[in-house]
Design a protein around this ligand. Structure first.
Ligand code: SAM
Length: 320
């Protein structure tokens, strides 16, 4: 089976499993993880839950988000951090198409080549004249994305960065990831975040969402690709009250081995491997986290049910 990880990524996976018993979720999106993830996203869109709510909210917010675009604007760059299949960006391009802009560039940024291909395919199918510059990049690495700086500094150009679909909650160190992304932004750029707002009193409902079979398949795929057999009855989802996050584990029912980069790791029965975390935010905690990471908030809007938000922020030197 083609595992699709680079040699360095294999070593990162190996060290993470060996020293922390953690399987980094980001590797699950690579290669055939694309199909697994699209299956989950499509179900969510059909059920009109999280993704759908974010779409409605986004449509209402777009006139304010793009308010600086005027007749002098030559180019609009849409940088899509963690692009997925690109479908959540379609309402954005629909709106931009009404504004008579000379050049629109779509710049998806993702750790997964399959996601980059999927997102450019989705946008090209509907908006053939949009220029595409996909960038393969892991935003947990603290590096400036040079390509973005090269295309974003031209005259009469507006840059809008997007981080949609509950992506910020999945990082171990969210603040660090946001600071990394900020390195490629200037103070007149905008970052638009779409995220869930959670009712932390009813965490059992949130847990149920992560217990579904297709979520298990997605979370264990990378371990299975390297030869570890994983059974659904070994999968458990818990709420971590201290860290305010959902955590998914594989609790081993037997001794297991996994071979990565020609090195074999052994795990004992009852050991736990962390498969994913998903931080859950209330309005105050998401604002606090963005301020701490050095962003000022221009727009914060929630849907009627108050379970989804769209936030537009810009980098600031002045931390609160
Ligand atoms: C939850 S999906 C959201 C996709 C899309 N934005 C949406 O709203 O449907 C997360 C996306 O972020 C990407 N991703 C996750 N971790 C990443 C990392 N460390 N660096 C770059 N991309 C990452 C995944 O490949 C995936 O495309």
């Amino acid at each position: 089976m083609d595992k699709n990880l680079t040699k360095t990524q294999e070593l990162e996976l190996l060290s993470s499993l060996e020293s922390r018993a953690e399987s980094p979720l980001k590797f699950g999106y690579i290669g055939d993880g694309y199909e697994n993830w699209v299956r989950i996203a499509e179900k969510s869109r059909e059920n009109k839950d999280l993704e759908f709510e974010e779409d409605l909210l986004k449509k209402d917010s777009l006139p304010f988000i793009f308010r600086e675009i005027n007749n002098d604007t030559d180019t609009v760059n849409i940088i899509d951090f963690g692009c997925g299949d690109g479908i959540p960006m379609l309402p954005i391009f629909e709106y931009l198409a009404t504004l008579n802009i000379k050049n629109i560039n779509y710049i998806p940024v993702d750790i997964s080549q399959a996601m980059l291909e999927g997102s450019t395919r989705s946008i090209k199918a509907r908006f053939g004249s949009i220029n595409m510059t996909p960038i393969l990049f892991d935003f947990e690495k603290g590096e400036i994305i040079e390509k973005i700086l090269q295309i974003s500094r031209n005259k009469n150009t507006h840059n809008y960065f997007f981080l949609l679909g509950n992506t910020i909650g999945n990082f171990d160190n969210t603040e660090k990831v946001l600071s990394n992304l900020k390195m490629s932004m200037f103070s007149d750029d905008h970052l638009i975040i779409g995220n869930q707002i959670s009712n932390l009193i009813n965490t059992s409902k949130i847990i149920k969402y992560y217990q579904e079979k297709e979520k298990f398949d997605f979370f264990v795929r990378i371990l299975q690709n390297y030869g570890m057999r994983c059974q659904p009855n070994e999968y458990t989802v818990r709420w971590n009250e201290k860290k305010k996050q959902i955590e998914g584990f594989l609790v081993l029912e037997e001794d297991k081995k996994i071979t990565i980069a020609e090195r074999t790791l052994s795990f004992e029965k009852n050991e736990e491997i962390l498969l994913f975390i998903s931080k859950k935010y209330i309005e105050e905690s998401i604002v606090e986290m963005l301020n701490k990471a050095g962003f000022r908030i221009d727009l914060f809007t929630t849907n009627k049910k108050k379970d989804n938000c769209i936030i537009s922020v810009s980098p600031t030197r002045y931390r609160s």
